[in-house]
Write a protein that binds this ligand. Sequence first.
Ligand SMILES: *Cc1c(COP(=O)(O)O)cnc(C)c1O
Length: 472
Amino acid sequence: MNWTDFAGWSRRFADWTADYHRSLRTRPVRAQVAPGRILNALPDAPPEIAEEMEQIFADFEKIVLPGMTHWQHPRFFAYFPANASPPSMLAEQLVTAMAAQCMLWQTSPAATEMETKMMDWLRQAVGLPDTFTGVIQDSASTATLAAVLTMRERALNWEGNKAGLTGQKKLRVYASNEVHTSIDRAIWISGIGADNLVRIPVQGPNRAMNPEALRAAIQADIAAGHLPAGIIACTGGTGVGASDDVASVVAVAKDHGLYVHLDAAWAGAAMIVPEYRALWTGVDGVDSMVFNPHKWMGAQFDCSAHFVRDPEDLVRTLAIRPEYLKTHGHDGVINYSEWSIPLGRRFRALKLWFLIRSYGLENLRQRIRNHVAWSAKLAERLRGEPDFEITSEPVLSLFSFRYAPAGAADLDTLNQRLVDAINDDGRIYLTQTLLDGAKVIRFQVGQFDCTEDDVAYAFDVITEIARNMEPQ
Ligand SMILES: *Cc1c(COP(=O)(O)O)cnc(C)c1O
């Protein structure tokens, strides 16, 4: 393809992008295809002869588009959002055009220095003290893995990478049952082992780890000859928004010299709004924290903000410096590949710069405040219906509910059928979770283009479909 043709197609795709976004409300949110439909529509063998872009694009519209679930749909209320705001998409176009590998300072000084500055903007935006420094990771899962590896190395006096875990005391890590499965995987991958992830019971409306149970578990492990390494707390758990009492977790950790990592992957973005920061009181005392600007904040996936109190601990855990990676003569520069698990890195900071400048923090805050208010309003409307129950109170913009008409016997089956019926209908998209073993339906407001009318429309769709379901 020559650059003249490229420019023509780029202009066409820019128009397509705007039309796509403007027409999203006319499309089903969740893809309405049976498994295998796209696979079977694609040729079995690669083409030997070049094809026209016109044909490739036509096939994209015909084969691919119907198989997409529309994450940018304003009526996407499932999981958590993955917002791609227009300015962040534009920045990604420039990043794609330059296609740089930003592993070292010298492989793109602007990418490194932009990352340093943007992470400091984000730090200020969410109200963290300047004792924290940040790095952009591809996902919260990666940031949490880096944190668990750091806790492991710290506990082993920096010998784990070299000597392995054989013959060591059992390393122990503490978390509640409300944390994301990325914590389980970090524990597996780090070699600590699922049996050594100690689950601390939760208490109260926030479903927070019981600090006394946490202290008792650590002391019992020490008495048994184990080696406590760290604690993973959460602010805004994935299921129903569970939030640990960070201050009390940090206090217990301090007494035992343990590392604390905080997973605020979703809720962290809301901390740009000062009145919501009570949810993570004590965050100043954690050793590391992750939140995803690619969820609620509007920075196109992928962009995870990983903050650490002591970058030396992270670099000591992850940095490998073979000869070809040494940047001779440039001591004092940051090579972010030493702060992360993959070597190669995309230029992710540019979209934060475009996003934050083109909205300003005040617009981003207002959007989140709206989402929280609209979600609360919907929860109240559902609570007012005799055949619906609110099963967990709103945490920011997330709550859960279930359909519980009088006389219904098996509410778990009924509510799974309701979620499936809603998603097959396609006007809105929701997901379910288990709350103390019971099936409940999650509702979160967070899509960038969502309006108050879209949330009100969800009430109509949910109640209509529930009441029209066939009896079991
Ligand atoms: C989304 C989420 C994660 C996983 O985030 P990735 O960036 O997809 O790895 C982890 N923890 C919580 C609480 C989340 O909401």
